[in-house]
Design a protein around this ligand. Structure first.
Ligand SMILES: [Zn+2]
Ligand SMILES: [Zn+2]
Length: 169
């Protein structure tokens, strides 16, 4: 137990003990470095952590969101409608193009970045090779939305019952 007490003290924490049902239980008062909330933690919750940050649960969760999340892929993710979406933040000059969740099609972002300006709603970005995940600028074309829709509707395929399949825009 002395070794553990040393370790606790080396973290700058003050060990305290309480009487449990059968044995003494050791705690330390830990202050969250972010929100400054104080809480009592049992020793084992402190010493068996690879890196003890002292963060409380809500603060720790917050650090893992967005850019800090271990699965962060540069804010890009594949969506069911076949496009890659990109997460942007208020400090991004193309943020006005994003939806209320701060997301936009990556193709639109790439095109806006290429042109150096935000795209208008009436401006669509077409994938020349029909692969909507291929957002290389060479594969993208800025088109008027009416022309874009007309083109894709004209290319619609017909299923075995003679019905139009949804346009692949
Ligand atoms: Zn906290
Ligand atoms: Zn298109």
């Amino acid at each position: 137990m002395n070794k553990i007490r040393e370790k606790i003290k080396s973290l700058g924490l003050q060990p305290i003990h309480k009487m449990g049902k059968y044995q003494k239980k050791y705690f330390a008062i830990v202050e969250c470095p972010t929100c400054r909330k104080k809480r009592e933690l049992p020793f084992e919750k402190i010493i068996y952590k690879k890196v003890f940050t002292g963060l409380c649960l809500p603060c720790e969760r917050r650090t893992k969101m967005g850019k800090n999340h271990p699965r962060w892929k540069g804010g890009e993710r594949y969506c069911q409608n076949g496009y890659i979406y990109k997460r942007v933040y208020e400090d991004d000059i193309y943020y006005p193009m994003a939806d209320k969740d701060g997301r936009m099609k990556r193709a639109r972002y790439v095109m806006a970045n290429y042109l150096g300006r935000c795209l208008d709603r009436k401006e669509h970005v077409h994938h020349k090779n029909k692969n909507r995940t291929d957002d290389r600028i060479s594969n993208l074309e800025l088109v008027d939305y009416r022309e874009h829709l007309r083109q894709h509707y004209a290319e619609r395929k017909i299923d075995k019952n003679g019905r139009f399949l949804p346009a692949n825009i």
